[in-house]
Design a protein around this ligand. Structure first.
Ligand SMILES: NC(=O)c1ccc[n+]([C@@H]2O[C@H](COP(=O)([O-])OP(=O)(O)OC[C@H]3O[C@@H](n4cnc5c(N)ncnc54)[C@H](OP(=O)(O)O)[C@@H]3O)[C@@H](O)[C@H]2O)c1
Length: 482
């Protein structure tokens, strides 16, 4: 039997709380042996009942009945995270467990409020863990800073208020089953790991493609951030770290995180030409006419923010020297998918009559690369391995074939949403799937070092500016279309 648990969400009337945190907590409430209390804090005046009704209304119809059983454990406090938070302390004292409860504070606030909120929690004595007080932890949402200098400043202040093991920097990609599978798949299947290096792998490409443009009401946030900081610096570099890290010697959180940091520290974008930035103009996505980024509501006139990034990166380490890692993310692309594709080298001699060739856009005839391992993360959750087989008939003619695995076929639709897993880990004090201070800083250092590039237009519904295709050289092939 654990100690009682109190969860506090600062910024509790917002989108993240309604769409992600409450559904995840509701699901966990049904499974936790120790019932926890949830206290929501925001500035608007709400009674406990009005707050509960608001959360209930935001839930899908099928979850509302379960929420009714949970509602009496949900509380509200009108408060400003930028001001004195001692009333929060009083409210928590009065709840079951009081000061003896473990407390998880979730900062679902805009980034400018992270530090004031932390300082006010500390001033109110809410973070103190000394003198036998039970654990106190803080979950911090992305974006964690907007460059290396701001991330460092944020880390320094956090560490003056808390120990590193109390800080849980979230990247929700790490809560996804298929992202955890990148690690599990590599290190638990001995047939792949011996090939996982520059001798056998020609190229790795990672795509996060979105059909959506900037979401309603998010233009202000997005325009200040752009594709590189919103997606590449965090989620995509995490995918890259998992694909490229050395095997850790154990599953201990620090051992795993040490290896991820080592990858991020070896990341280089060799020249200005190796990065392409783009911005969508009006076009057609999925048969629907859509407007350009500059016409979207809330985007400032004259914005130079990118909605597309493609990179050709390298890892300066023994395992990967010379292997290009191509990363691409964009909004208003023809199709939504997230995928990692590992392309193996062609055999040194072609022992077939017709090894198969493909003619690339620039007229080059290249041997087919049949050996590709594709890990699809969304919308499909699949692993597939391409290989060549002999076509029936005389002679030795090779044609491509595939072995495929689908999570749904094997496990049904049973995978828990990312936030549920991450909240559970934070409650249990397991930081493995959260980012350490040096990990965030290494990712920012890599992104900050990328030379500035002009923003090139691409029509919505296309695969981005044509310059992105030129990041593939010679017979390396081209971008996946999912
Ligand atoms: N939404 C997502 O899917 C998502 C995904 C990843 C990361 N995030 C991150 O999560 C954070 C929250 O995002 P969101 O989309 O939920 O934002 P949001 O919809 O704008 O909600 C912000 C919340 O903060 C409250 N708030 C604002 N100022 C406050 C203050 N001084 N003291 C206490 N509460 C205050 C607001 O309510 P009052 O106005 O009543 O105070 C509201 O409840 C941001 O850092 C965002 O980058 C969000």
């Amino acid at each position: 039997m654990g100690i009682p648990l109190q969860i506090v969400i600062l910024g509790a009337s917002g989108d993240l709380t309604a769409r992600k945190l409450v559904p995840a907590l509701l699901s966990l409430a049904g499974r936790c042996t120790e019932p926890f209390r949830l206290v929501g804090v925001a500035r608007r005046p709400l009674s406990h009942e009005a707050f509960r009704a608001q959360l209930r209304a935001e839930l899908p119809e099928e979850d509302r009945q379960a929420f009714d059983g949970f509602a009496e454990r949900v509380h509200y406090l009108q408060g400003d995270a930028g001001e004195d938070l001692t009333p929060l302390g009083h409210q928590l004292e009065a709840l079951p467990g009081g000061a003896g409860a473990g407390r998880l504070f979730y900062l679902a606030l805009k980034p400018g409020l992270f530090l004031p909120a932390m300082e006010n929690l500390a001033r109110g004595g809410l973070l103190a863990q000394e003198n036998g007080a039970p654990w106190r932890r803080v979950v911090i949402e992305k974006p964690f800073g907007h460059d290396l200098a701001s991330a460092r400043a944020l880390n320094r202040t956090l560490q003056s208020l808390l120990r590193e093991d109390q800080i849980f920097r979230i990247d929700h990609y790490l809560g996804k089953e298929t992202v955890q599978n990148l690690f599990a798949f590599r290190f638990n299947n001995t047939i792949f790991e011996p090939l996982w290096n520059r001798q056998h792998i020609e190229l790795v490409q990672i795509t996060v493609a979105e059909e959506l443009g900037v979401e309603r009401g998010r233009a202000g946030y997005y325009d200040a951030v752009g594709a590189m900081r919103d997606m590449v610096q965090n989620h995509m570099l995490q995918l890259l770290a998992l694909i490229a890290m050395e095997p850790p010697s154990s599953l201990r959180p620090e051992t795993i995180r040490d290896q991820k940091v080592a990858v991020l520290k070896s990341l280089r974008i060799p020249s200005g030409d190796a990065c392409v930035r783009g911005r969508y103009t009006a076009g057609n996505v999925g048969g629907q006419a859509v407007q350009g980024y500059l016409e979207e509501e809330g985007v400032p006139a004259g914005s130079t923010t990118e909605t597309f990034v493609a990179l050709r990166a390298e890892l300066e380490n023994w395992r990967w020297a010379g292997v290009p890692f191509l990363l691409r993310h964009g909004k208003r692309l023809p199709k939504r998918f997230t995928e990692v594709k590992v392309q193996f080298r062609v055999p040194p001699i072609q022992l077939s009559d017709a090894p198969g060739t493909e003619v690339l856009a620039d007229g080059l005839a290249c041997a087919l690369r049949p050996n590709q391992l594709t890990l699809s993360l969304q919308p499909r959750e699949t692993v597939s391995l391409g290989f060549g087989v002999k076509a029936p008939g005389p002679g030795m003619t090779m044609v491509p074939a595939q072995l495929a695995f689908d999570y749904k076929d094997r496990f049904g639709g049973q995978t828990a949403p990312a936030y549920e897993r991450l909240l559970l880990d934070a409650m249990n004090g397991d930081p493995t799937l959260f980012l350490r201070n040096d990990e965030v800083e290494a990712a920012w250092a890599a992104v900050d070092a990328i030379p500035g590039q002009p923003v090139r237009d691409y029509a919505a519904g296309t695969w981005g500016p044509p310059e992105a295709d030129r990041l593939f050289h010679g017979c390396e092939g081209g971008w996946s279309h999912g």
